[in-house]
Design a protein around this ligand. Structure first.
Ligand SMILES: [Zn+2]
Length: 75
C-alpha cells in the first residue's frame, strides 16, 4: 500500500487514466506510482519509461498475470 504523511499533498480524482491496467514492459503514458493488480507490488515510473517487465517478479498461479494500474499520478 502506498503511504503518505501529509494529506494536503494528495487530491482524490475520478480521472479515467486511473482505470486501465497495463501489461508488463508497456510504455508509461503518465508518471506516477503503479501497482501490480496480482500481488500488490508498487513501482514509481515516469512518462516514456517502461513498466517493470514480466521477469521483474514472480506470481503464484492464484495471483494471475502481472497487470499494472496507475494509483498515484504525478502532476
Ligand atoms: Zn505482481
Amino acid at each position: 500500500m502506498a503511504l503518505y504523511k501529509y494529506s494536503h499533498y494528495l487530491t482524490s480524482s475520478t480521472d479515467p487514466r486511473f482505470d486501465p491496467t497495463h501489461q508488463p514492459a508497456a510504455v508509461v503514458a503518465h508518471s506516477g506510482i503503479y501497482k501490480c493488480q496480482g500481488c500488490g507490488r508498487e513501482a514509481a515510473c515516469k512518462t516514456g519509461d517502461a513498466l517493470p517487465p514480466e521477469s521483474d517478479h514472480q506470481h503464484t498461479l492464484a495471483q494471475g498475470a502481472a497487470l499494472w494500474r496507475l494509483i498515484v499520478a504525478a502532476t
